[in-house]
Design a protein around this ligand. Structure first.
Ligand code: BDR
Ligand code: CA
Length: 316
């Protein structure tokens, strides 16, 4: 089993990701950490606990993390996820409480234990990268417990929060820049599952209607139906859950290594991920205008039907 940690801002598609991560037999979900994003942090925690209960995994430790981005106010997305982040579904909310530890402390503890045993963790951030930046700067020694980071965020192409920027990176650009810089310094491999592939794993309404008969399958159906409803469409992407698919089934994702930077200023481009797709002929040290950052594996294509099927099979 592959040990993983999810960092979430639950969110309808974070919920799709949690169901998959909690239930797939090849994954060992060690912990889930929460950050403010799609909704405020208290609601993220409640939603996360609720989804884990539906998945039959109330045993997974959940910790409350950063309420706010490092430098700017949080801007939630009720138009995308509903006021409560889970589409205001008629679904009982968990009454469980989160860990006493802050998310950054939970991440540190689980990663240091992984470093000790050698069973290294794949960290899957699906939210603004605030917790991850704080972790890597506060406890860099915890990186020894990381196998890799596979994050949902950014894009080589256009954005969604703005024409330039994807929501997770736009929410906390400084945290994204710190995470990428620190990962490069600490030798942690990073994969960016961005908007270039995010929309390419759709579930149709008729596929969703086949789900049912267990709390996990019932919730999965409602999540897809609600996303279709909000987008007025007959299909909806599993979104963040695609990044979890990529960890379970790497051959379903095509990636290429490119230098990656985050735009921290710009009049209309703050929060954009700048993917340097120029031809480096295999040598990233040759830029005559200065050194390039460490390359990140950027997702360029995804086998949508393969990942959609993986998700449907696992949550049902
Ligand atoms: C990302 O932003 C959120 O709305 C989703 O949960 C996803 O993580 C997509 O831009
Ligand atoms: Ca998310």
């Amino acid at each position: 089993m592959k040990p993983i940690i999810l960092d979430v801002d639950t969110g309808l598609d974070d919920a799709c990701a949690l169901l998959l991560a909690a239930r797939h037999p090849d994954l060992d979900l060690k912990a889930v950490t929460c950050a403010g994003g799609n909704v405020g942090i208290d609601q993220v925690v409640v939603n996360t606990l609720t989804v884990l209960e539906a998945a039959g995994r109330p045993d997974v430790p959940v910790a409350r993390g950063a309420a706010l981005p490092l430098l700017q106010p949080v801007r939630t997305a009720p138009h995308v996820h509903g006021a409560d982040g889970l589409g205001n579904l008629d679904w009982p909310k968990s009454t469980r409480t989160a860990e006493g530890r802050h998310a950054v402390e939970l991440l540190r503890d689980v990663l240091l234990e992984a470093a000790r045993t050698g069973d290294l963790i794949t960290l899957i951030p699906l939210a603004p990268l605030t917790n991850i930046a704080l972790l890597l700067r506060t406890y860099p020694e915890a990186a020894a417990g990381l196998r890799e980071i596979v994050f949902m965020g950014g894009a080589a192409g256009i954005g969604n929060a703005t024409a330039s920027a994807e929501f997770n990176i736009w929410t906390d650009p400084e945290a994204a820049a710190i995470t990428l810089t620190a990962a490069g310094e600490l030798g942690v491999e990073v994969t960016m599952y961005g908007l270039d592939v995010f929309y390419d794993v759709p579930i149709t309404l008729s596929e969703a209607k086949t789900l049912g008969g267990s709390p996990s399958a019932d919730l999965a159906r409602l999540l897809i139906e609600k996303r279709c409803d909000l987008y007025r469409a007959d299909r909806a992407t599993i979104g963040d859950a695609g990044a979890v698919c990529a960890v379970i089934d790497p051959p379903g994702l095509t990636t290429r290594p490119f230098p990656l930077r985050v735009e921290l200023s710009g009049t209309w481009s703050r929060g954009r991920t700048i993917v340097d797709t120029r031809d480096w002929s295999g040598d990233l040290t040759t830029d005559p205008f200065g050194p390039q950052p460490n390359p990140v594996q950027v997702a360029t294509a995804v086998d949508g039907p393969r990942y959609a099927n993986l998700w449907l099979q696992t949550v049902s």
